[in-house]
Structure formats: structure tokens, C-alpha cells
Design a protein around this ligand. Structure first.
Ligand code: ADP
Ligand code: GLC
Length: 486
């Protein structure tokens, strides 16, 4: 099956979060299931650099206000087609915002253009290339199904994956004429959303299948508490919604081979993590205490619940714990952590910023990976934590609920616990989760067993890749040959 994955970021070319990890990992995960997957993405400067030897496969003389080319080639281990439209994408910094953190004013056109390019490829524009499925990710690619239905038809089917329903791509009607979208789409049953245009809404209405990144989130987004206004539509389309759990790229995230670590290790050599912990403490200026070293690697936002952590730090330190934080986001949360670091020198270390290699060292050296999200479609940091023996402390929402087994006494007894799960996602329950984690750390045998169990739990793409392949086959009306999956 020939699938074109359409996304605004893909690791290792460009990454701001888990979306990139997933888009970057899917092609290799799906290859054993008879799926050939290319990635269509914007030609940001980093992408064009990596594609220096690429081939021009199409030219647009007037593409959303300027010239553009489709450039195909291998980059970062992926088969990439980049939309090389300098007037839209040749900008410094982040794919979505300028250096002041403000959305680029033409994001409506920038991501409509990405979607339109996918639609052009589905029409068979490039000789010898006919994608059968357009697999679109998040609002940035969510107009693809709308083009596919309302503009001239193509033979392709569409799958839309929701990685985060909080980001919906909402714009005013003033942008409509620039979108090259047939006027018949301009109604409530298609792209209209609360008086304007909703890209994610359009995709959810028009896609042949909808997926999201965990079974629990697939249920949650059909409720008002998590659906962010789209729950009604998702209820109507419930038979098209599938929850398929993310896996991790086990080549990029392998504690036995990770080049970012001073000391590699496996489930049979967990004590060797101590070398990484020393390196980590040195880097953050932390003197290890009697309690566990808690770690945060995250966007510092309301979604992630980290504002709830700031007032709990004094108690954590009083109980012998230490804490390090790597992340950036809301200034208030950043400042809260920074203030805690100055109150507790040697006990709390904070690095505001983004550092891929350091994130590996943290997973390999810290004791606890903290993910207290208010909502979490899947979450990858707890999966990396499991794989690296960094015990996850998580709230019971979305993919966190689906991937971590709480260390209640029954689970500890049965030897199946892999972390600490608290509910509801409130400061009080979180505080209790922290206390339980510290108490478990004081039982070294239980703790080590939990680490080992986590390291052995299946966080690979294997099962989920098959689910995607089966879904593609299903919407193409193909009989799946049992042999294909072997
Ligand atoms: P989300 O995509 O909602 O931010 P995920 O847990 O799915 O959350 O994915 C986050 C990804 O970004 C992970 O790969 C994580 O390691 C990485 N990450 C987040 N913040 C940082 C940071 N400050 N430095 C390095 N990597 C980070
Ligand atoms: C989003 C979600 C996160 C998920 C990631 C990859 O960024 O917030 O939970 O893991 O996408 O699917």
C-alpha cells in the first residue's frame, strides 16, 4: 500500500514535540506490514538543507502567493517530499511561531498549502507516483480530506490522526478565498466552525477514517470534558474513530545503544544507571538526597499540569527528594520552577530550553519521570521512561492511563506495577502520588522490580503498526493477506 503521510514536523528533520517522533517513526514501523510511506512536509530551512540532493518532481508557478517546487529525496532516514515554497516556509525558528512566540500571521495559508500539495499528489500530478492513502496529522494537515471531497475527486482515501484536539486551526472567513477550496465546502456540514473556518473540524467531517493516539483519548474526546467543542461531531462519527496507541522508535531510544549516554545499560544491568545519574546531577548541580531524583522533560503548559507541581516542591525537598526540570513554555511556570531552584540550591535544578541529547540522559539517569497532565492524547515521555528505567509518575488520563500500571499493593504483590498513577488530575491527588512514589523508593526491592518490569513492557510500534496497516486496507476495501504481517 502506498501511503503519503502529511505533517508539519518529523523527527529527525524538525521537532517541537511528540508529533514529530510519531511521524518520523511510522514509515519504518509500517514497512514490515506491506506499507510504503513517504512523508510530505513543509520545506523549512532545516528540511531543505537535509534534502540538498533531492530531485524536483513538480513546479507551481503560483502557489499560495509565490513559486513553489516539490522536492523528493531521502533525508534523516525518511522518504521525504518537501514543499519548497520559500515565501511560506523559509523562516527562522519554529514551524508555527516567530521569535517572539507569536503565530505566523499567514499560518492559515502556510498549512492549507501543505494540504493542497498532498491533494495535488493524490490527483496523480507526479508521474509514477499515486498515493492510495493520505494519512494526515493534526490541524496543519486537516484540510486534505476537505480538498479530497470538495475539489475534483481523486482515487485516494484519507485518514486523519488527532494528536491533540486542543489545537484546532481556527480562522476567519476572510482567508477562505486564498485556500483554493471549492465554495461548496463553505457550510456547516464541512468547514464552518463557530462562525469561522475550522481546519480540524473540516478534517474530522471529511476524512474516511479518524484515529487518535490512544484508546482512552479516543473515548475522552467524545465527551465535553475533553472534546473541546468537537465532541458532538465525534459522537456522530463514532464508528470512524479508532484509538491506536503510539509506540517509540526503538532505534532512537535504546538504553543499550544510546550514544547520548555516558553509560549504556539494559534490564539486566539497571545499577549501571548510577553513572548516568552522577553525570546528570553534575550537569544540574544537584547533590543526591535520600529520596528519588524526580525529572520533568516537557512543554511547560497547562495541558501538562506542571503549574500544579510548583507549590509542591518545598514538601518534596523536605521529604528528601531532588528535582530537575528541562523545558520551556508559560513564563509563569518557568518562573515558578526557577524560584524553587533558587530556594533549594543543590536540590532543584532547572534548564529552560530544548535539548534532545539531554532528554536522553535524563531518562537514563533520573529515578522518576513526572507527567501530571490534565489531558494527554498519548504522551511519549512516560514511554521513554519505561524503556529507560525511569519510573513514570502520571495522572490517569489519555495515553498515560493506557501505558502505566499503578503500583497499588495488589499490583506490587503481583509484580506487574510499572509506575505511579494518580487520579483525578488535581494538585491534591498529585501530592499524594508524589508521597507514594517517595515511599515506594524507600523499598528498594519493590522499586527495582518496578523498573525492570517497565523496561520489559512492550512500548514498541509492533501492535499499533499492524492496526494502522489493517485500517488502511480496510478503507481501501482490500482483503489482508495474513502473510503480509509476518
Ligand atoms: P507533546 O507532544 O504533547 O509535547 P509527548 O510526550 O508526546 O508530548 O512528546 C514530547 C516529546 O518532546 C518527547 O520526545 C520529549 O522527549 C520531547 N521534549 C519535550 N520537551 C523537551 C525539551 N525541553 N528538550 C528536549 N526534548 C523535549
Ligand atoms: C501530541 C500530544 C501527545 C502525543 C503526541 C504524539 O503532541 O500532546 O500526547 O504523544 O502528540 O502523538
Amino acid at each position: 500500500m502506498e501511503v503519503l503521510s502529511v505533517a508539519s514536523e518529523a523527527y529527525p528533520l524538525i521537532k517541537t514535540g511528540g508529533l514529530a517522533d510519531v511521524v518520523g517513526a511510522l514509515p519504518a514501523a509500517l514497512a514490515p506490514h506491506g506499507v510504503s510511506m513517504r512523508v510530505l512536509m513543509p520545506g523549512y530551512p532545516k528540511v531543505m538543507e537535509a534534502l540538498a540532493g533531492g530531485r524536483e518532481v513538480w513546479y507551481f508557478s503560483n502557489f499560495f502567493g509565490g513559486e513553489a517546487r516539490l522536492i523528493a529525496g531521502r533525508a534523516g532516514g525518511l522518504d521525504v517530499i518537501a514543499v519548497d515554497a520559500p515565501h511560506l516556509y523559509n523562516r527562522p525558528g519554529n514551524p508555527y511561531v516567530n521569535s517572539a512566540g507569536v503565530d505566523w500571521p499567514d499560518n492559515a495559508q502556510r498549512f492549507a498549502a501543505l494540504s493542497f500539495a498532498a491533494y495535488e499528489l493524490a490527483r496523480g500530478t507526479v508521474e509514477g507516483y499515486q498515493p492510495q492513502i493520505l494519512h494526515c496529522h493534526d490541524w496543519q494537515a486537516a484540510l486534505v480530506p476537505a480538498y479530497n471531497i470538495y475539489n475534483a475527486p481523486t482515487p485516494a482515501k484519507t485518514v486523519l490522526t488527532v494528536h491533540n484536539i486542543a489545537f484546532q486551526g481556527r480562522f476567519g472567513w476572510d482567508v477562505f478565498n486564498s485556500l483554493k477550496l471549492d465554495y461548496r465546502s463553505a457550510n456547516e456540514g464541512a468547514i464552518e466552525y463557530f462562525g469561522g473556518i475550522g481546519y480540524l473540524k473540516a478534517g474530522l467531517t471529511c476524512a474516511d477514517a479518524i484515529t487518535t493516539v490512544s484508546p482512552t483519548y479516543a473515548n475522552e474526546i467524545r465527551t465535553p470534558a475533553f472534546g473541546m467543542g468537537l465532541e458532538g461531531l465525534l459522537q456522530v462519527r463514532a464508528d470512524k474513530v479508532h484509538g491506536i496507541l503510539n509506540g517509540i522508535d526503538d532505534l532512537a531510544w535504546d538504553p543499550m545503544k544510546d550514544a547520548a549516554l555516558p553509560q549504556t545499560f539494559g534490564a539486566a544491568s539497571i545499577p549501571q544507571r548510577a553513572v548516568n545519574k552522577d553525570a546528570l546531577c553534575g550537569r544540574f548541580g544537584i547533590e543526591p538526597g535520600s529520596g528519588p531524583l524526580f525529572a520533568v522533560v516537557s512543554r511547560l503548559t497547562w495541558q501538562k499540569g506542571l503549574d500544579m507541581m510548583v507549590p509542591l516542591i518545598d514538601e518534596m525537598v523536605a521529604r528528601g527528594a531532588t528535582l530537575l526540570v528541562l523545558g520551556s513554555g508559560d513564563p509563569e511556570i518557568e518562573n515558578g520552577f526557577k524560584a524553587a531552584a533558587s530556594r533549594h540550591p543543590g536540590k532543584v535544578g532547572v534548564e529552560i530550553g530544548y535539548d534532545e541529547a539531554l532528554s536522553h540522559l535524563i531518562q537514563a539517569g533520573a529515578d522518576v519521570m513526572v507527567v501530571p497532565s490534565r489531558f494527554e492524547p498519548c504522551g511519549l515521555t512516560q514511554l521513554y521512561g519505561l524503556r529507560y528505567g525511569c519510573v513514570p509518575l502520571v495522572s490517569r488520563v489519555g495515553g498515560l492511563a493506557d501505558t502505566v500500571i499503578d503500583a497499588n499493593e495488589a499490583a506490587v504483590e503481583a509484580g506487574v506495577a510499572t509506575g505511579v498513577v494518580f487520579a483525578p488530575a488535581t494538585a491534591d491527588a498529585f501530592a499524594e502520588g508524589i508521597r507514594r512514589t517517595i515511599a515506594l523508593y524507600e523499598r528498594p526491592k519493590v522499586w527495582h522490580k518496578m523498573q525492570r518490569r517497565g523496561m520489559k513492557s512492550d512500548v514498541s510500534w509492533e501492535l499499533s503498526a499492524k492496526k494502522y496497516a489493517d485500517l488502511y486496507a480496510d478503507i481501501l476495501g482490500l482483503e489482508r493477506d495474513a502473510d503480509t504481517d509476518d
